[in-house]
Every structure is written in C-alpha cells, then in structure tokens.
Design a protein around this ligand. Sequence first.
Ligand code: UDP
Length: 328
Amino acid sequence: MKTVLITGAAGFLGSHLCDRFLKEGLRVIGMDNLITGDLKNIEHLYNEQHFEFIHHDVSKFVHIPGELDYILHFASPASPIDYLKIPIQTLKVGSYGTHNLLGLAKSKNARILIASTSEVYGDPKVHPQVESYYGHVNPIGPRGVYDEAKRYMEAATMAYHTYHNVDTRIIRIFNTYGPRMRLNDGRVLPAFIGQALRGEDLTIFGDGSQTRSFCYVDDLIDGIYKLLHANTHDPVNVGNPSEITISQFAEEIIKLTGTNQKVIYKDLPQDDPMQRQPDITRAKELLGWSPKVDRAEGLRITYEYFKSLSAEELRKTEHNKFEGYIKK
Ligand code: UDP
C-alpha cells in the first residue's frame, strides 16, 4: 500500500484530495495547522482505517515516520482576504513550508507535487495564459505575499529537481469552486451565494468587466491525480477555459438562487487581474485531461452545499470587515 502526505488536508482542495486518494486505495496522512482549514471538511474520514491526521504547521520542520511515496503540498491561505489577515504565514508556508517538504521528499525518495497558481501570471498581459508566460506580478502589492511565495515555490521545486534529482510536479491551479469552500473566505463565488442566501445585495468590485474561468473541484482533483502520475517536471496549467465576466457571473448566481436582490458596485481592489483564462493545451497533450463539468452543473451542486450549511455558518460575514482593504 502506498502512502501519500497531503498538506492543507482540512482545506477545500486538500480535503477533496484526501477523499480521492483514499478511494484510489492509498494510505493518506493529512496535515494542517487549521489556520484557514476546518476539521469539518475531513471529519467524515475519522473512522477510515487508512487515514491519519496530524495537526502541524509545515513552516516548521516536518517529520513523518516510515515510508512515504508521495507528497502533495496544498497548505496555503488561498483567498486575497486571507493574505491581508495573515500575510507572513502566507509567505512562510509557500517558502519555508515548501523547503521543508522538498527536504522530506529528498530524504524519503518520495515524489512531490506542489500546488502553484494562476497568480504566478499576476495581472497577465498574455491571454489566455500559457505556461511559457513569465507573468506580470507586483511583488510589493497586497497579493505579492501569495504570488511571490508561489513563484519562489516553483523555483525551489525546480532547483530540487535539477540539483537533487527529486521527482517533482508543479501544477498551476486556476479559479476552482465547489463544496467545502469557505462561505466567508471573500472569494467571488461564496461571496455572491452567501449574499443571495442572506438576502443581501451582490457586491461587484470594479465595473464587473474583469474575467475569470471557473473550474469545478472534481475536474481539478482529476487533473492533479493525472499530473502526479504523468512524467513531466514542467509546470502544467489546470483549469476550465470557459471564461466569463464577473458581471455575467453575478447574473448567473442571481438566476440560480432566485434572489430578488440587486447588484451593487464597490471599488476594484489593487492589482486585481483584469482577465484570466488557462491555456490547457499542455494538460490535454501530457495528461489527456480536460474539464468535464460545465458551470451550470457545478454551480447547482455547489449551491446545494451552501444551502445545507447552518444558519450560524451563514451569518458569518467576517470578510465584510476587510472589504475594500486593498483599494487603489
Ligand atoms: N469579486 C467581486 N465581488 C466580491 C468578491 C470578488 O466582484 O464580493 C471579484 C474580484 O474583484 C475579482 C473576482 O471577483 O475580480 C474574483 O475574485 P476572487 O477573490 O474570487 O479570486 P481571484 O481570482 O481574484 O483570486
């Protein structure tokens, strides 16, 4: 039986990865410091014989007894609101955390896949974003702590591959959504659905002409699984190329939820990328992967999940305090 260490296991993507790798018959060790993760996301796994959870911050030395076949490094705050609240932890998990896990991979002779991001392209000047594009990132802006940590993460990973021959994989993840996203993490989908469920107006930042391309979580997890088993060390974009403006997206959420609320406009945060769409040619060619779940279906499933949350959960609108935090 193979063993995989998944960092960020109690988070949105980490918890779905735990489910998938247990289903594939692996022994899963989940690790999380629970700063942004939530044990609720993995409590259905507590009785699984082959699942183990370790409460630990990967920015500190990581020790795992016994053999390890794979490491998936998914620990990180992942929402612009979180970067504001915990910028130093965001930097540390991408840098020290990655360094510790690369060292662990080297000592265990384990394959390591690290979660990079479309944010390495910053506010892109090349569209759609292809892996060969170096990006357009403001290192000292509010997103810099995340973007630069992730860029460092890629550099460190490639260096461990080149100089220590560690078996590495780099995935660049584009906007992903689905059940277990935090309702109050400030990102656009939970923000809009939360607002609709609470009977509040939907807040569009800027004029709503900025674009994103949303990938349903099951598709992303499948891309991660395929990349782990493919033979490439270069970064691979994984996301859904179906691009939409934030205004159109608000309309879709209004239709989905049947809310009578209107759209209101707020200032566009600093360095908010104006357009984003993955070029997935490489993923198609190397992994034979492309997304299967269209937005209508993915949004329906996600809405059902948010509706099932308790009223107490729904009242949490912590992110509102930080609204406009990075205004120009
Ligand atoms: N956004 C918005 N209203 C909200 C939250 C976000 O209009 O209540 C916008 C945000 O300015 C950005 C887009 O939606 O242009 C996606 O933001 P998100 O934080 O989800 O992710 P990003 O892709 O920017 O990291």
